[in-house]
Design a protein around this ligand. Structure first.
Ligand code: HEC
Length: 107
C-alpha cells in the first residue's frame, strides 16, 4: 500500500505537470487564433502581430509584467485601444499570460 500512496502523492502530480504544461501552450495558440487574432493577426489599430519582433521589442522594454497587466486590464496605446482581455473576460489571468507568451514568442 505504501507504494501506492507514493505513487498517488508524487508520481501523479508529476505526470499531471508533464502532460498539462504542453497542453497549456497548445491551448494558448488555439485561444490566440480564435480570440486575439481578429485584431492581432492583421495588426488592426496597431495591434502587435505575433512574430513582429521589432514591435514586441519596443513593448517589452516596459517589462513583461506591464505587458501582462495591459493585456489583462486593457490599455490605450499610441495607435489604438486594447480592450481588457481583448473583450474575452472569461479567460483567466493565467490564460492571458500564456497567450501573451505565445504572441511574444511569435510561434
Ligand atoms: C478589438 C481588437 C483587439 C483584440 C480582440 C485583442 N487585442 Fe490586444 N491589442 C489591440 C490593440 C489595438 C493593441 C495596441 C494598442 C496600442 O499600442 O496603441 C493591442 C495590444 C496588445 C498587447 C500589447 C500591450 C502592451 O503593453 O504594449 C498585448 C499583450 C495584447 N494586445 C494581448 C491581447 C490578447 C492576449 C488578446 C486575446 C485574448 C488580444 N490582445 C485581443 C487590440 C486587440
Amino acid at each position: 500500500m505504501k507504494i501506492l500512496q507514493r505513487f498517488t502523492r508524487f508520481l501523479l502530480p508529476a505526470a499531471f505537470v508533464l502532460i498539462v504544461s504542453p497542453c497549456v501552450l497548445a491551448d494558448a495558440k488555439t485561444e490566440y487564433e480564435s480570440k486575439c487574432s481578429a485584431c492581432h493577426g492583421f495588426g488592426i489599430a496597431g495591434a502587435p502581430k505575433p512574430g513582429n519582433t521589432a514591435d514586441w521589442q519596443t513593448r517589452m522594454a516596459k517589462g513583461m509584467e506591464v505587458i501582462y497587466s495591459n493585456a489583462i486590464n486593457g490599455f490605450t496605446g499610441n495607435t489604438g485601444i486594447m480592450p481588457p482581455k481583448g473583450g474575452f473576460t472569461d479567460l483567466s489571468d493565467d490564460q492571458i499570460k500564456a497567450i501573451v507568451d505565445y504572441m511574444v514568442g511569435g510561434r
